[in-house]
Design a protein. Sequence first.
Length: 292
Amino acid sequence: MLVTTSTRRITVARTVSELRAAVDAARSAGRSVGFVPTMGALHAGHATLVREAARQHGTVVISIFVNPTQFNDAGDLQNYPRTEQHDLLVAAEAGATIAFVPSVDEVYPHGFATVVSGGPITEQLEGAHRPGHFDGMATVVVRLLNLVRADVAYFGRKDAQQLAVVEQVVRDLAIGTRIQGVETVREPDGLAMSSRNVRLSADDRVRALALSRGLRAAQRVADGGEHSARTIESALRAELDGASLATDYATLVDAATFRPVDVLDRDCVLAVAATVGPVRLIDNVRLAPAAS
Ligand code: PAF
């Protein structure tokens, strides 16, 4: 099936064999392949990933699949926005040429039994708060990477821990696709773009700004030469508490292992997860020790 916008066309593949045929045709025509895996509800952050892929490759595959195995909360899965027609137009306009939009049975056919686990990174932060989330995510990403067989796959840095897990499994399982992280895209007021933002009420949207404001405040503290993780985290927590957010974590972790650190003495990630109204949001900033 072809979907056409005023300027672009995108081939929609709903089955593995349709996907393979479309990717094989691109390869036969000598084109390299970029891949952007998504769960749909596309926003400007996804469009940036697709544009980055299109800058580097003649063919860009986007997958649109709300993966049930990575949701540890049935309500979250049920309420996850599904906007396929909008997604196809956004993807095509940004430069995607093939959309893989499979059913659950196509991704997990009868008898599917393998679970991919990303090791110790998955026990920290999101892994501790969302049991099974990373196993489901890593399993579907490995399956998608093996189906698409792209040269490069693109992941947003807003999900920094997800990116680290994907890098781990791709390295360990010798998957032939290179993984490229892409900077978080923010609204002009600082809110990190997320498919879940559409579920924020106007009031909650204002309260949600505490995440990015807190991260910026903590960044200023670190840039000022502060090394104590607790002091840096306090600058973030002050904003979260000021907005009365229910915080799961606001923690400085080692950028490679995602284990909490006491001192900012290496590349770190300051990561936050908080619930605003009905929506759980995550965000992060990378921090390095200030030059002395
Ligand atoms: O980040 C997401 O949207 C999902 O976790 C991903 C990588 C598409 C796997 O379902």
